[in-house]
Design a protein around this ligand. Structure first.
Ligand SMILES: Cc1cc2nc3c(=O)[nH]c(=O)nc-3n(C[C@H](O)[C@H](O)[C@H](O)COP(=O)(O)OP(=O)(O)OC[C@H]3O[C@@H](n4cnc5c(N)ncnc54)[C@H](O)[C@@H]3O)c2cc1C
Length: 455
């Protein structure tokens, strides 16, 4: 009987455990989880903090009992400290400080990522928070409930910063969003991210770009944030959401190599360089399907897939990770903002000859009530006509996610933009048009004609 030990009990770790049990009913699976919250949807934390999800317990993908019913042994609130790959032993420390040794035949490392904490004066002051774990969300929640803050500064205009700007506004706080670069939501091109800035401002958020934070200071009940532009911002609460970095420290005790993005290097079978050790999720580099090389794309969707593959292969499978396209979507107030594949700049850097077409159209037939504008940006290769990427911003009920997923499916299968017109997509006037907006955008993509016209 194989004994599979998994370190990390979130998206990747639990996916690995469940898949291993599906594939091999005799496997003995133990999952060591650093906290008391196995298989929680940390993607849902902003919605718990906004109050839209009233109880944090609702964020559990599965309960402890449901996981254990699959025959999986959970060791909660225990941290793995060191791996001895020669003896196949992991040293763990429990909450009481007791150390134990766990042996394994196969090991899956799924330690995830940790939020980047810039080394700035005052960052550790009370009232300054990050948001990555359930414990982080409890700390923010406690501040909201006990101190009734009126204002917040969010540092970082990525998707977590935007979701939290929305969440804290819903809770009645005046939010200021500080972004280092010239535009927010860098996963989109400025042509579309400026629509998101407008949406934030329409909901009362002060968006300040070009603000490099230099330090924090507590003044009475308020936090002050200083930026290199000589500005000073004050609020009752500060949230730092400037990205994550892979949590690789434990794996490195076993001699697992890092890749060029400082995450664990793995094969497409999710194997590390160390015998019997697999890794998956936010701690590893991700195979990019279009670029055909490793990148770092920490996403819950990817963590689930990689975990499933690591679990299957750890019990004898041979499955390959098909690769990520970085497909993602975020809801910001009334907008949904989505992308898949490459932006034009990324495509050019990767050696393609990209052309990008912007299209604005209605999400469904205009004569049916409630039609809203959809903004699409489609990038393809001028030489081959191959689809390289797409971005969409529109009302959150305008099927933005469905439409980006059509592009993602086309990208996955290497389709040309022209071929999108041939897809048999659904239509009824309240939901779409005979040509879906995806197809309208594909038909508008005409790089050569435009080139000739301008010649
Ligand atoms: C606020 C927020 C919103 C998000 N929204 C989205 C979204 O909408 N869509 C999306 O695709 N992604 C989203 N993500 C990203 C997604 O949550 C992550 O990509 C995903 O959780 C990664 O899963 P993971 O299992 O690799 O790592 P993590 O979720 O980071 O989990 C790591 C696990 O390892 C454990 N661990 C770490 N070190 C040790 C140790 N030494 N010993 C024992 N256990 C250890 C931890 O306790 C935890 O159980 C969001 C993330 C956040 C923070």
């Amino acid at each position: 009987m194989t004994h599979l030990l998994i370190i990390g009990g979130s998206d990747a770790g639990i996916s690995a455990a469940l898949r291993a049990c599906e594939v091999d009913s005799t496997v003995e699976v133990t999952v060591v989880v650093g906290d008391a919250f196995p298989n929680y949807s940390i993607c849902g934390l902003p919605f718990y903090l906004s109050g839209e999800v009233p109880e944090w317990q609702l964020l559990a993908h599965r309960t402890v009992a449901e996981i254990e019913a699959q025959g999986i042994a959970l060791r909660l609130s225990e941290r793995a400290e060191e791996i001895d790959p020669r003896q196949h032993v992991v040293q763990v420390c429990d909450q009481a400080g007791q150390r134990h040794q766990l042996t394994y035949d196969r090991l899956v490392i799924a330690t995830g990522a940790i939020p980047i904490r810039p080394s700035l004066p005052g960052l550790d002051a009370p009232g300054v928070y990050c948001l990555h774990t359930m414990a982080d969300s409890f700390a923010v929640h406690q501040h909201l409930m006990e101190q009734a803050p009126q204002s917040a500064i969010i540092i970082g205009g990525g998707y977590i910063g935007l979701e939290m700007a929305d969440a804290l506004t819903l809770r009645g706080l005046q939010v200021t969003l500080l972004q280092r670069g010239a535009s927010i939501l860098k996963t989109l091109d400025p042509q579309l991210s400026q629509l998101v800035s407008l949406e934030l401002e329409e909901h009362g958020i002060r968006v300040r770009t070009g603000q490099v934070v230099e330090g924090f200071e507590r003044r009475g009940t308020q936090m002050q944030v200083y930026t290199s532009a000589g500005m000073k911002y004050s609020a009752d609460l500060v949230l730092v959401a400037v990205g994550v970095q892979p949590d690789t420290a434990l794996a490195q005790t076993a001699g697992v190599h890092l890749g060029e993005h400082e995450a664990l290097a793995v094969t497409r079978q999710m194997e590390t360089n160390v015998e019997a050790i697999y890794a998956a999720g936010d701690c590893v580099e991700t195979w990019h399907r279009l670029l055909q090389r490793s990148t770092y794309l920490p996403l819950g969707t990817t963590a689930h897939k990689q975990g499933r593959i690591a679990g299957e292969n750890a019990v004898g499978g041979q499955r390959l990770f098909a690769g990520s396209l970085g497909t993602q979507v975020v809801k910001v107030f009334d907008l949904a903002c989505a992308r898949t594949g490459l932006t034009e700049a990324e495509a050019r850097a990767a050696g393609f000859d990209p052309w990008t077409q912007d299209v604005e159209t209605w999400d469904h037939k205009r004569y049916y009530p409630g039609a809203t504008a959809l903004h699409l940006r489609v990038t393809g290769d001028r030489q081959s006509g191959r689809l390289l990427g797409a971005q969409i911003v529109g009302h959150w009920q305008a099927e933005v996610a469905k439409r980006i997923d059509i592009f993602a499916t086309a990208l996955f299968h290497g389709m040309t933009i022209d071929a999108l017109s041939e897809l048999d997509l659904s239509y009824t006037p309240p939901l779409s048009s005979p040509w879906d907006p995806v197809q309208m955008a594909a038909q508008a993509w005409r790089p050569r004609e435009t080139k000739e016209a301008s010649a």
